[in-house]
Structures are given as structure tokens and as C-alpha cells.
Design a protein around this ligand. Structure first.
Ligand code: IMP
Ligand code: MG
Length: 183
């Protein structure tokens, strides 16, 4: 499988128990509603799969894919839609599901994009919040864990396309977030 150079930040067991808690809150908050989960590819696919299976409300699932320009670990702030949603958003109760929020640029862009389509409601759910790296404010309604400024892989998150399949979340050695302090 290829163990990354670094240390385990959160074990699969810790993640699973937090994902169950999030699913309970979401199921409570959306009782009587029809939820549309919108996952941001590719990083959110593992989190969304676990979260969706723990929900007890009727749930539809769709994905969009985005890419930011620049080096693989640098957040450039330029967001490009590689795959748009198939689902109609107008009037729906939409929960945007993302793996990690760093500068906040990707999520705030996606919130604006989806809001323009007139959802009945729109909330955000992120597994990891690198809160100290935020450059633009973005409202996070459900947060799994707040994490320090380290580069995280596993459980859907990658470095240069690798490690998404690892069950635990790892902090890569020697990789601080290069977005921090960048010109
Ligand atoms: P933001 O736009 O700066 O908030 O960056 C969010 C996106 O950058 C996420 O959707 C991830 O794809 C990627 N990203 C940010 N930090 C990490 C990390 O530590 N590991 C893997 N991907 C990350
Ligand atoms: Mg992502």
C-alpha cells in the first residue's frame, strides 16, 4: 500500500467515531427533509461514502470536481470546475461535503456557485479544518476535526495523487502548508 513518510494524525477508528457523530447531527437537523449531498472530488469521496451510509434521512448524492492551478500542494486560489453536478440544485436542501478547508478559497467559491443556483438551503460539512490557514472567511456548519498546519494524506486526501486509499490520516513529514506566508 505504501506507508507515507510521516506520522498518523487520526486513526481510522477515531475518524469513524467522529463521522458517526456528524451523521447523527446531520440526520437530526435534516429530519423530514430530502438531502442532496454534494461531494467535492476527489478528496471527499471516502468521507462522503462513510458519512452517507451513516445518515438516516433520505439522501441523494452527486459530485463535482474542481482543480486549482499551480503546484500540487500550493493553493493558488484559482478554482476550475472540471466536472459539474448532474443534479438540479434549485429548491433542494444541499450539503456540500469537502475533505479539508485550508485557505477557504475552494469552498467559498463553491458556496457562491451553488448559491447562485437557488438551493432551498445550503450548508457545508468538512472533515478537516486547518483553521489557522484561513485567508477568506467561509461558514463551516459541520466540522470533523480542527487540524494544525500540516500536510495531511489518507482517507481520500492525496499528495501528488498518492495515498488516498490509506485508512488512517497521516501528517506528511517536512510538508507544512506552502500556502502559508506565500506571496
Ligand atoms: P483551500 O482552497 O486552500 O481551502 O484548499 C482546499 C483544497 O486544497 C482541498 O480540497 C484539498 O484538495 C487541498 N488541500 C489543502 N490542504 C491539504 C492537505 O493537507 N492535504 C491534501 N490536500 C489538501
Ligand atoms: Mg479537495
Amino acid at each position: 500500500m505504501g506507508v507515507p513518510r510521516g506520522s498518523i494524525l487520526l486513526t481510522a477508528e477515531q475518524i469513524a467515531s467522529r463521522v458517526d457523530e456528524l451523521a447523527r447531527s446531520i440526520s437530526r437537523d435534516y429530519a423530514g427533509k430530502d438531502l442532496l449531498l454534494v461531494g467535492v472530488l476527489t478528496g471527499a469521496f471516502v468521507f462522503l461514502a462513510d458519512l452517507a451510509r451513516a445518515l438516516t434521512v433520505p439522501t441523494a448524492i452527486d459530485f463535482l470536481a474542481v482543480s486549482s492551478y499551480g503546484r500540487s500542494t500550493v493553493t493558488s486560489g484559482v478554482v476550475r470546475i472540471l466536472k459539474d453536478l448532474d443534479a438540479e440544485v434549485a429548491g433542494r436542501d444541499v450539503l456540500l461535503v469537502e475533505d479539508i478547508v485550508d485557505s477557504g478559497l475552494t469552498l467559498s467559491y463553491l458556496v457562491r456557485l451553488l448559491r447562485e443556483r437557488g438551493p432551498g438551503s445550503l450548508r457545508t460539512c468538512v472533515l478537516l479544518d486547518k483553521s489557522e490557514c484561513r485567508r477568506v472567511p467561509v461558514a463551516l456548519d459541520y466540522v470533523g476535526f480542527t487540524v494544525p498546519n500540516v500536510f495531511v494524506v489518507g482517507y481520500g486526501l492525496d499528495h501528488a495523487g498518492r495515498h488516498r486509499n490509506l485508512p488512517h490520516l497521516w501528517a506528511l513529514k517536512g510538508h507544512r502548508d506552502p500556502g502559508e506566508g506565500a506571496p
